[in-house]
Ligand binder design. Sequence first.
Ligand SMILES: Nc1nc2c(ncn2[C@@H]2O[C@H](COP(=O)(O)OP(=O)(O)OP(=O)(O)O)[C@@H](O)[C@H]2O)c(=O)[nH]1
Length: 239
Amino acid sequence: MLKTSTTSSFFLSLVKRRINESEVVFFGEIPIFAVLMSMEDYDYLFKIVLIGNAGVGKTCLVRRFTQGLFPPGQGATIGVDFMIKTVDIKGQKVKLQIWDTAGQERFRSITQSYYRSANALILTYDISCEDSFRCLPEWLREIEQYANSKVVTVLVGNKIDLMERREVSRQRAEDFAESRNMHYLETSAKESDNVERLFLDLACELIHEAKQNALVDNDASQMPGEGKSISYSTCCSFS
Ligand SMILES: Nc1nc2c(ncn2[C@@H]2O[C@H](COP(=O)(O)OP(=O)(O)OP(=O)(O)O)[C@@H](O)[C@H]2O)c(=O)[nH]1
């Protein structure tokens, strides 16, 4: 009996208070542990996965967006790499989990397992490399097989700073993207052209869709930012 009352009074005296960015648990007036909340402080969380042939510039796009860098001598990605960036979209904090996958064939079985829970895929090719464009149907088959059927896919033609070496015309890429119901954008990780726009437009669209879904289906198990389908009629545009 004594044990029971002691235990219950112990739990009753545990109080959780929010102090600045931290949640602090007090026993009486004594703080016993603190959890830093800033890591979890966001309105939406979206997972974006970059795929495409080796050497098209996936890692450089991610580095440019997350760190503002174009690092020379990037080695090939081994398996999968991961970075986070939180952005502000119209006053809402959006945490983007960005997964950079290896383009090399030998890592395909590892990278495929990352498609499933992606909210968005950035399918990248190199505008100065015809081969990387020719492989797109193969990548789209992978997407069909392994990704959520409602994932949003953006086709990105990277390295537009190499205009004089262009092998794939913009028109051809746009037609291909349209025929496969994808957005299309051309970027340069080197010159930082359209890189912010790529990720911010994507974030904006993912928010729109998460809100739409919250209205349409009231399924409590589906949290915003988790496995949502995307509508293209939004405030943001890739065109
Ligand atoms: N000129 C130019 N070169 C770029 C651009 N983006 C990437 N590169 C170069 O292309 C090469 C490959 O870039 P990565 O970012 O490693 O390519 P990746 O697609 O991540 O390659 P994997 O990790 O093997 O799949 C590097 O030498 C980069 O410096 C760009 O926008 N313009």
